[in-house]
Design a protein around this ligand. Structure first.
Ligand code: ATP
Ligand code: MG
Length: 416
């Protein structure tokens, strides 16, 4: 017996309706915001993520699935969706297409992490990327799309936390203040934070270790260091959110600690799924496309973790759109009537109606039992009388009522 690899999950037949619901909601919201789907490869050159995610991040330092392919190239399974889309944008010269480019993806992601509730090695993201607009309106639109997605799912138990991490100018002064604050406490902090202190002190605010978290809680706040342009941008984002009735709280410790992340950052957080509470995270990354060798292009986006959303919905009893059931089960008795049941099922299916018939060579009694188990809405037994009359006795399984329906009227009857 070969087991599933650690940190991965199967979606079983009886569970897939949850995924379909979540993905349909994502697509519906994308349509409403006129966001087009894009698909990029599951693997890319390792260099793309090293530069596009950043080599001081946990993702690049510890979590990537990297291997040499048979041609000796270093290849990495995508740990997130943005870098691939940015590469696609640059490689296809999309900066000369009408901007903004608004795209979304639903993709598996791979990170070598310690598996726990809401943290897997293969997981899935619904992400949105808007390229080409420096305006706070784009930030607000992206946040509004994320919020609409959660609403479409029926999730209300989340808090939108926003922050601004400024630009290069504000960051220089802020990094100096952080270093001054953390320097005397460095001895108590984890080895990763001691390294972050040297390379990118902003990331120390994102540490998951309790001691580090407690120390970081009182660190200087970036919002006190924003330059006037960044402060105005942040204020305008807030005005636009308020104008749309989107509630938020300002959480000064949210960071995306890379050089090319700028200004707005945000997270949707739930307390109902334990420590892994962030179901959706995003922000502005005006430096990313240039960093990857493309033309300077402002960008803003988010990614939502689908496993965490499903977990949240399960834990808080948010209903999923139910599993569709077959409209009718057509039972046959002997060779001829079974053939008829099979043919009727075929023409109903061609008309887009979910019909089932026996492929297990079961007795009529066992077929009825099965029809009940799979929740068929109607059942019809095709016997000799039915065959000669050209009509089926269709039984409504919900109320037990019966109705004679000519074979050629079945599709019409069932689609009522
Ligand atoms: P965390 O702080 O929880 O590690 P992150 O900052 O690494 O999250 P992002 O890179 O921002 O996460 O990814 C966006 C979203 O993808 C997260 O908010 C989360 O919902 C989901 N996600 C990230 N890593 C995992 C994982 N290993 N398993 C399941 N979902 C994940
Ligand atoms: Mg992580």
């Amino acid at each position: 017996m070969i087991n599933i690899p650690k940190g991965t999950k199967d979606v079983l037949p009886a569970q897939s309706y949850k995924w379909q619901f979540v993905e349909d909601c994502a697509k519906k919201v994308a349509r409403a915001f006129n966001i087009s789907e894009v698909r990029t490869p599951v693997f890319e050159h390792t260099e793309l993520f090293a530069r596009g995610v950043g080599d001081t991040t946990d993702i690049v330092n510890k979590e990537m699935y990297t291997f040499l392919d048979k041609g000796g190239r270093s290849i990495t399974l995508k740990p997130e969706g943005t870098a691939g889309v940015a590469r696609m944008f640059i490689e296809n010269g999309l900066s000369s297409s009408p901007l903004p480019m608004k795209s979304y993806y639903i993709t598996p992601c791979y990170r070598y992490e310690r598996p726990q509730a809401g943290r897997l090695r293969e997981f899935h993201q619904f992400g949105v990327e808007v390229y080409g607009s420096p305006s706070p309106a784009a930030d607000a639109e992206v946040i509004s799309a994320a919020s609409a997605f959660l609403k479409e799912l029926g999730i209300s138990d989340v808090e939108l936390q926003i922050n601004s991490i400024g630009c290069k100018t504000c960051r220089a002064a802020y990094n100096a203040a952080l270093k001054e604050y953390f320097a005397p406490r460095l001895g108590e902090m984890c080895p990763a934070c001691r390294e972050r202190f040297e390379k990118n002190p902003l990331r120390m605010l994102d540490c998951k270790e309790e001691t580090c978290k407690a120390i970081a809680a009182n660190a200087p706040k970036i919002l006190d260091y924003l330059c006037p342009d960044c402060a105005n941008h942040f204020a305008e984002v807030q005005r636009l959110l308020t104008a749309q009735g989107i509630k938020y709280v300002i959480e000064p410790n949210i960071v995306r600690g890379l050089d090319y992340y700028t200004r707005t950052v945000f997270e949707f957080v739930s307390t109902a799924i334990g420590a892994q509470g962030t179901v959706c995270a995003g922000g502005r990354y005006d430096g990313l496309i240039a960093q990857l060798g493309g033309p300077q292009t402002p960008a803003v986006g988010f990614a939502a973790g689908l496993e965490r959303l499903i977990l949240l919905m399960e834990n808080t009893s948010v209903p999923f759109r139910p599993q569709p059931v077959p409209a009718i089960y057509l039972a046959g008795m002997d060779e001829l009537t079974r053939q008829k049941a099979f043919a009727l099922a075929g023409s109903l299916r061609a008309a887009g109606i979910a019909a089932e018939c026996d492929v297990m060579e079961r007795s009529v009694k066992a077929q009825m039992k099965y029809a009940d188990k799979i929740g068929a809405r109607y059942v019809a037994v095709i016997g000799e009388t039915e065959l000669s009359n050209g009509a089926a006795n269709v039984k409504n399984m919900a109320d037990g009522s019966q109705c004679m329906v000519p074979f050629d009227g079945l599709a019409g009857y069932l689609s009522k």
